[in-house]
Design a binder for this molecule. Structure first.
Ligand code: ADP
Ligand code: MG
Length: 726
């Protein structure tokens, strides 16, 4: 894992990516590029992703895939896919497995593959903008996403080469971004109305600990439905005006686009006009042109039912969490569709308070995901920063030591009894020792003698001017810095010591070098009368090189010690972030179907995750050797009225009369909201081979479906329910 974590909001319409920089979330990109259309197009056999694909949508909708998030993790027969089918300009077809295939540009693609391509584009973009490859990410998903949708998203990320640190629910991410490091106590409602989905989540913040207390939503309610409502009205107007419905597909697409455009414009102005010439050719060869004025009032009227649906879900969410509207301290609006003024007013009236205006509804989810990823890795980042601090300290210490030796040798030159030939060889050996650190001396070549004095003077000046003032440890926040021992000391005091040494060296070296320059200047005067001996010349070269090296080493040591301080400061910053905790909940009740289509819940909605639950079931036929375990999620008491997540058969049940066997079913849901289910016949005492049929043809292993594992014995709770026979 690299030293950074991306926060990715993989949206239905647009995606967004953020990282954490100096403890703050930063969205990557400039202007329009801060969001990336979740779009893939095929043009002349080549793939276009993001903005390039979005541009092609108008000219070639047939080969441009959008809103694939509405399809991911659904079977072809699902209500979601069936309604998408009616509106989709690109062909959606069933695969032999009953999953969804998209036919674009002569290729067959799955929603997972399309998402993977979009994610890859995001990753490439992030790598380019950050300037180093980053492959670890927290990815957000709608709170109401099912287990299968989560697995599918995770799989898409893995295909894109992303290491998924965690999946986070979108409204949870928004709430987290808002509350992060605020160190306050409050209860927050997030109203997230995006392109295709709606979620509402209530979260409680107590200082640095965040806990989701309730969540609800609709996977089929979003901005596109608002567009649809306007488009339907325009189509009805067309039929009234021209006496026949608009059949032309291209015309219908233009109506849908005009509807969305008008809807967005009405967020800024009270009234806008729609003018669509050449929608169709009428009987007499006449062109049908539709012109209408749309007001905010009209838009409100057309979308009132949709708006009410979102508020009903808010009511249900509060009731499930046993909260009153008055318990909500802050309201956040998230998702592009929440920019519509009527949405803002309706939410304000519902909660009786003005929603926050200081968050960007398009970016806050990615920011929250990035902050969460950062807080999950903060320990590790702090550790790495401390390692770097230690390395920098070692460099500072070593450079200061050698600088001390060089300085002592240079001082010896003044002593009358110094053998200059010996001094030269000692200096050269010291110079060699430091070559790796500051490079070879630049004074190797013999120079005209007058430049030696210059060189020494220059080194002196450098000691004065170029050594940056050291970043001092004094103002470091003391408490959060990680403990780290170097030798007998802690790293903080060791760095302080080395900084004191460097300071001492700096002033002493200045004096010594000034005196040396004077001495060399005097020697120079003498030697203009005498002929200079070659021996003394090369001793002069060594002294000059040593002076230069001395100032370089002191400069290095100062810099390295500052770097150590900077690293420790960074570690302190990371250490702050690791105190932050976040607990989310399940967005659905999860259970299995018992006899007579009874939905037996094992994990209730709004249960804190990760969670585990087990329940004992039995058979309803004598000698029954197999049971079919069908896993559902939802609120209905009839299992089949809920959503089927998957099923498997437990075989080899010990022969017994009906109601005798004890079949333990265990559910576990992880921090990503991903479920694993195990079943075991307690009588036979042997863990059974369990196959989980994967209804969506996701790769079983990649999608996180688990096989059997040994389970802990537990006392029967006497709660027996018959499981359907196979
Ligand atoms: P997602 O996260 O699902 O990709 P977004 O949060 O980007 O979706 O929201 C996209 C939806 O927001 C689209 O339906 C778009 O029409 C709508 N939208 C964007 N801007 C505005 C606006 N200014 N007023 C009303 N709706 C808007
Ligand atoms: Mg979104």
């Amino acid at each position: 894992m690299s030293g950074r974590v991306l926060g990715i909001d993989l949206g239905t319409v647009n995606s967004c990516v953020a990282i954490v920089e100096d403890g703050k979330a930063v969205v990557l990109g400039e202007g329009q590029d801060r969001t990336i259309p979740s779009c893939l197009a095929i043009k002349d056999g080549k793939e276009l992703v993001g903005q390039a694909a979005r541009r092609q949508l108008v000219t070639d909708p047939r080969n441009t895939v959008t809103a694939v998030k509405r399809l991911i993790g659904h079977s072809f027969d699902s209500q979601e896919v069936q309604s998408a089918l009616a509106r989709s300009p690109y062909p959606i077809v069933p695969s032999p497995l009953g999953t969804v295939m998209l036919e674009v540009g002569g290729r067959e693609l799955t929603p997972v593959q399309v998402s993977a391509r979009v994610l890859q584009e995001i990753l490439d973009r992030a790598t380019e903008l950050i300037g180093e490859p980053v492959t670890t990410a927290v990815i957000s998903v709608p709170a109401h996403f099912t287990d299968v949708q989560r697995k599918a998203t995770k799989l898409a990320a893995e295909y894109a080469g992303i290491e998924v640190l965690r999946l986070i629910n979108e409204p949870t991410a928004a709430a987290f971004a808002y509350g992060y490091r605020k160190a306050e106590n409050f209860t927050l409602a997030v109203y997230d109305l995006g392109g295709g989905t709606f979620d509402v989540t209530v979260m409680r913040a107590i200082g640095d600990s965040f806990e989701v207390i309730g969540t609800d939503g609709d996977s089929f309610l979003g901005g596109e439905d608002f567009d649809h409502a306007v488009a339907e009205w325009l189509l009805a107007e067309f039929e009234t005006e021209f006496g026949a419905p608009l059949e032309d597909e291209a015309g219908k697409l233009r109506i849908r686009e005009a509807a969305e455009k008008a809807k967005i414009e009405l967020s800024a102005v009270e009234e806008t006009s729609i003018d669509l010439p050449y929608l169709a050719t009428l009987g007499g060869g006449e062109n049908a042109q539709l012109t209408r004025t749309v007001t905010r009032e009209k838009l409100t009227e057309l979308t009132r039912g949709l708006m009410q649906k979102t508020l009903d879900l808010c009511t249900r969410c509060l009731a499930d969490a046993s909260l009153d509207k008055d318990d909500i301290d802050e309201v956040l609006l998230v998702g592009g569709q929440s920019r519509m003024p009527v949405v803002r007013y309706a939410v304000r009236d519902f909660f009786g308070k003005e929603p926050r205006r200081d968050i960007n509804p398009d970016e806050v989810v990615a920011m929250g995901a990035a902050l969460y990823g950062y807080s999950l890795c903060a320990d590790q980042f702090a550790e790495t920063a401390m390692d770097q601090a230690e390395d920098a300290y070692e460099v500072a210490l070593k450079d200061a030591e050698i600088a001390r030796k060089l300085l002592d040798e240079i001082k010896l030159r003044k002593e009358d009894n110094t053998d200059r030939a010996e001094l030269k060889s000692r200096l050269n050996s010291l110079l060699e020792q430091t070559e790796d650190e500051v490079g070879p001396p630049t004074l190797r070549e013999p120079r005209p003698e007058q430049s030696l004095v210059e060189d020494v003077r220059q080194s002196t000046e450098r000691l004065q001017a170029e050594i940056s003032p050291m970043d001092s440890l004094e103002d470091l926040p003391a408490a959060p810095v990680l403990e780290r021992q170097v030798g007998e000391q802690d790293l903080g005091s060791a760095v302080k010591d080395v900084q004191a040494q460097v300071q001492g060296l700096q002033s002493e070296a200045r004096e010594v070098l000034e005196a040396l320059a004077d001495e060399l200047a005097a020697e120079e005067d003498e030697s203009t009368q005498d002929t200079a001996s070659t021996d003394s010349d090369s001793e002069g070269q060594a002294i000059g090189a040593a002076a230069e090296r001395l100032s370089a080493l002191i400069g290095n040591a100062a810099e390295a010690s500052s770097e150590a301080v900077g690293n420790m400061r960074e570690a302190g910053e990371h250490a702050q972030a690791r105190k932050v905790t976040l607990a989310d909940v399940t967005s659905h009740a999860l259970g299995i179907a018992a006899a007579e289509d009874l939905f037996m819940s094992l994990i209730a909605q709004n249960t804190k995750i990760p969670a585990e639950s087990r329940r004992v079931f039995t058979t309803n036929q004598d000698g029954q050797s197999e049971v079919n375990i069908r896993i559902f999620q939802g609120r209905e008491s009839k299992a089949t009225e809920n959503q089927l997540l998957g099923d498997f058969v437990l075989e080899g049940i010990a022969t017994a009369a009906r109601m005798e066997p004890k079949i333990e079913v265990a559910f576990a849901i992880d921090e990503n909201g991903i479920l694993s289910v195990k079943a075991r016949d307690k009588r036979s005492g042997i863990a059974q081979q369990i196959r989980i049929e994967d209804p969506l043809g996701l790769q079983a292993n990649d999608a996180g479906v688990t096989g059997p594992e040994s389970m802990i014995e537990e006392e029967d709770d006497g709660d027996f329910e018959a499981v359907d026979g196979v």
